[in-house]
Design a protein around this ligand. Structure first.
Ligand SMILES: [Zn+2]
Length: 497
């Protein structure tokens, strides 16, 4: 592409520069995952405690008990472990012995942790205390009574585990108890707890579907933290703390047992905990990671809970970076033409594949166009700025009167971010060439509008010549365009290393 709409002549005087590769580093991801939820909880405990004088034990599926217990675990400097209902799980038993635990607080009634299990714990020479009520509300009240006094409490729907899971590290760090309600009525136990604990302020977690407006208005000095989904909620709550983002805890927001353990362990370590989709890193979490430049993570649960795909996304330094993708030309502006190809279509096809691959890698992406539409060059630059993009990539194909001209080249401009733009170009160019086997025309400078006026590191890719019989044949093949997009994605990832 030229300053205006057509593609540039071939023989621009280019500079080919090399810089030594920067300190290459992927992000760090520590996975804490056992073969069962019981083992995962023990492994997690051992991450932070070599000895735990006190431990909290809850039933393996008694999530509301576990959520209520979590801020107490923080105050007691105790790990939270799970057990089978009817007998003490083998892994948990070994965990209690290894951690030299002297006191256990069981949270929950005998329907969650049986008397037999309690006796098995006592038989290890451990002193056992139980906090339980006849309902989840009453159990939460008992737990709140066992905590140091606080004039503020969280109020959470006891049947919406996601709200409670998201709130654990927030509640713990602020030393707030978690009290339960349903969506519309204040339970007697919760009402008692508010009175007896002297609660003056309540923070309602979740939207009006979780806790209705009328119930909200009955609470003392209420405020509400609500969000679009559980991922967003966890990020919003993280932003209300001053917890460390080093080794941010990430768990699958649909796996309660692992997420509650993640909340307890992150609290102990003074770190942030966020919830994600388990198969594909949630957009809200990407944005948070990008905004905080987080480069180390602890994930809780085995790969069936938090997938290897998410772990790979966290590991990739492109995670949370915003990449602006500009498919050159469009609509009435076809760009270059040759061998039946319209450049605008080639550009959009490659750019769409690039968009998908970058998102799969963990990036956030914004495209200047997703269909056969036209934006002026200025509009493209403005869109990139509005997206607050970390980098700007304009995708083009080349043309020349001489059909023997062929190959791939990458342009940058020296006006803004010259060194980073060069480095971006140098990361992408060889990956494109090796992806589709075109002639390597190198990295060059030119003042094309979109890379001259974009203030972030920016490059313009000339993927190949539509006027070349060799290149046009390559650019006609979906598999080649897919490989090209994969190559560009690799180049972008390595730029952020
Ligand atoms: Zn072009």
């Amino acid at each position: 592409m030229k300053y205006l709409l057509k593609c540039l002549p071939v023989f621009i005087l280019g500079v080919i520069l090399f810089v030594p590769s920067a300190l290459a580093a992927d992000h760090t991801v520590n996975r804490v995952g056992g073969s069962t939820r019981y083992d995962t909880a023990v492994l997690a405990a051992k991450q932070s405690w070599s000895e735990a004088k006190t431990a909290i034990i809850v039933g393996g599926t008694a999530y509301s008990d576990a959520i209520a217990a979590a801020p107490l675990a923080y105050q007691k400097n105790a790990p939270l472990l799970y057990t089978n209902k009817d007998q003490l799980s083998a892994g948990t038993k070994k965990g209690l012995i290894d951690l030299k635990t002297k006191n256990v607080i069981i949270v929950g009634g005998t329907p969650a942790v049986s008397k037999n299990t309690e006796n098995q714990i006592a038989n290890l020479g451990i002193s056992v205390k139980r906090l339980s009520g006849s309902t989840r509300y009453a159990t939460a009240e008992k737990v709140a009574n066992a905590m140091t006094s606080s004039s503020t409490a969280l109020v959470v729907n006891g049947f919406v585990d996601a709200d409670g899971m998201a709130a654990i590290s927030y509640a713990s760090s602020k030393k707030y108890p978690i009290l339960f309600t349903n969506d519309s009525t204040l339970n007697g136990s919760t009402s008692n707890a508010i009175k007896s604990l002297g609660i003056k302020n309540t923070i309602v977690i979740g939207g009006t579907k979780s806790i209705s407006s009328s119930l909200y208005n009955k609470l003392p000095n209420p405020s509400r933290v609500s969000a679009n989904n559980r991922y967003d909620l966890s990020v919003k709550l993280a932003n209300k703390t001053s917890l460390s983002t080093g080794y941010t805890f990430v768990t699958n927001g649909f796996k309660e047992a692992d997420s509650i353990v993640g909340g307890v362990l992150s609290s102990k370590q003074g770190r942030v905990h966020v919830l994600t989709n388990g198969d594909n890193l949630s957009k809200e979490v990407r944005t948070y990671i990008g905004s905080k430049s987080i480069n180390g993570f602890t994930v809780i649960g085995k790969s069936s809970s938090l997938s290897d795909n998410v772990a790979s996304q966290l590991k990739n330094p492109v995670v949370g970076k915003t990449v602006f993708i500009d498919p050159g030309h469009g609509s009435q502006d076809s760009g270059a033409t040759g061998y039946g190809l319209l450049e605008k279509n080639v550009n959009l096809d490659i750019a769409t594949r690039l968009n998908n691959k970058l998102y799969s890698a963990g990036a956030l992406t914004v495209m200047s166009r997703t269909g056969d539409t036209f934006d002026s060059l200025e509009e493209r630059v403005n869109k990139g700025a509005k997206a607050k993009a970390d980098i700007f990539i304009s995708v083009h194909a080349n043309a020349n009167d001489n059909s023997s001209a062929n190959g791939t080249e990458t342009y940058y401009d020296t006006t803004y971010q010259s060194a980073n733009s060069l480095r971006l170009a140098q990361n992408i160019q060889p990956k494109m060439v090796s992806a589709i086997g075109t002639r390597d025309r190198g990295v060059k400078t030119a003042g094309f509008y979109v890379i001259k006026y974009s203030k972030m590191p920016s490059v313009l890719l000339e993927t190949g010549f539509v006027t070349s019989p060799i290149d046009s044949n390559i650019l006609k093949q979906s598999s080649k365009k897919d490989s090209l997009a994969a190559g560009i994605t690799q180049g972008v990832s390595s730029y952020f290393r």
